[in-house]
Design a protein around this ligand. Sequence first.
Ligand code: ADP
Ligand code: MG
Length: 536
Amino acid sequence: MPESEHDIALEDTDRIQGHAALVNNVKAAVALAGAVRSTLGPLGLDKMLVEEDGTSLVTNDGVTVLETAKVDHPTAQLLISASSSQDRAARDGTTTTVLLMAEILQNSIELVRMGVHPSVIINGYRMALEEALNELECIAKESDDPKYEYSIVNTCLAGKLEAETTNVLTAFALEAANLLSNEEGGDDLERLRVKRLQVSNGVIRDSKLIHGLVLPKTRLDIATPSFSDGGKIAIVDGGFENKKIDMDSSIEVTSLGLLKEFHERHLDKLQKLVEHLSSLDVDLLIVRDGVADEVIKPLSDAGITVYRRLERQDIELLAKMTGANPSRSPLNIKTTDVGRYSRRAEELIGNVKHTTIEGSEGGGMTFVIKGTTPEVRNEVKRAFDDALGVAHRLKRDPRMLPGGGGTYAHLARHLRMFASSQPGREQLAIEAYAAALEIIPRVLAENSGLDPINAILSLSAAQNNDKENGAWIGLDARTCTNSRMDEIGVLDPLFVSIHALSGATETAIGVLRIDDVLWAKQDAQTPDWQNKTEED
Ligand code: ADP
Ligand code: MG
């Protein structure tokens, strides 16, 4: 048989096709889900991740485990990126997404073995997803009650840190989200408006939320006041120095005093800049880069307190908080570029002097994370990021669902009924999808030391027997009983579940569509340009 052009073109490529390709991809997905399975829920265990250089990280956060793992398999990478996307969009539900995805794929294999074509499975999954999302909207309840908001944020932190710290973080996350709720901006407002500052001194429970921007700095000249109850602020997004003389340029000194005159002109220019700021009534000056030594005294004589060498993010936050417009150079600052601040104070935080600046234009906050080691502080930071992310998004979409696997057990029952109304082979796919959703209560039960099969059966029966509020019954992992999740305060936000279901389904469909995997045998090589030119 003559070789087809295809085969010749693919000579240097390993190829896995059809069924084998799917099985191989699903194996990778299941292996990946296995890595985070035991972290799910309040009794989930932690993972220790060890880098090649020996540094280690202990975490309970699914997405952190996955993003740190060095995984080569392309399907595994698709799953990791779906989990990262869940993290960016909803801040929570990353482990849930990966578990759902792997289980949906695992169940697809059975269907393919039975002779159902992947395109029929895909159709069925799309129908199941649409029905599930509609049902979620039906069972969701309004959560705009402080009691529910507290429980939702607390649930999202369950199992990550000890209870006392979890409660502290929940309260701060809600306080910050409340302050941001009147402000315009998208989901990333919580990242831009709330700075996270790590301080090595102290214990976790001393972490606190400070209104205003906290800088790990003191003023440039201690002759200026350390406290102010408000005034005008200007921000220079550059340096306060005369332009440096170019390395290659030279000054020819032809007469006595020329150098002195040159220096005086330089001082004169700087003095003019100080006068310009004074004329604008500025009493607080923030400079992103350096400030020339010669100008420190003139500035403090003019009653201007200066801070220099700030991070770009701090500059941006300060600009938002005070309404000041950062200018490239002090000379460009106009009246309209000047902003207002309402308080500035220098205080000891963890035995180091810090400066807090509060703006007049709304929310800018700093979450000061205390803890003895960087590992502890990083885990607290990740937990706070989740808590604030959820609290902030909840303000925009205040709807909630039962936690403890209640939502997924209910959807599974609902989709089984829906499947029976479908005449085509899609019915099989919808049933497989329904069964896959039970992975969440099953793993929650497993991680609580329960028998997963018994747990699912008893949860389903409990839901079925309560005709009115069945969907709101879930498994309380702490007491190992089926309870009303709204009564015991184990609640998930609606947006987390919507995103997790859609992300898991779309990624699983993406994997199902692949029937040919081509592996390049050789690594991409960089041409050796140098040798080539020598030969020429
Ligand atoms: P994810 O990365 O998916 O957010 P988590 O480890 O944070 O994974 O676990 C979240 C799941 O744990 C949610 O389904 C939530 O409802 C559930 N959960 C939280 N607290 C409890 C509890 N006390 N009992 C049962 N389930 C709980
Ligand atoms: Mg979570």
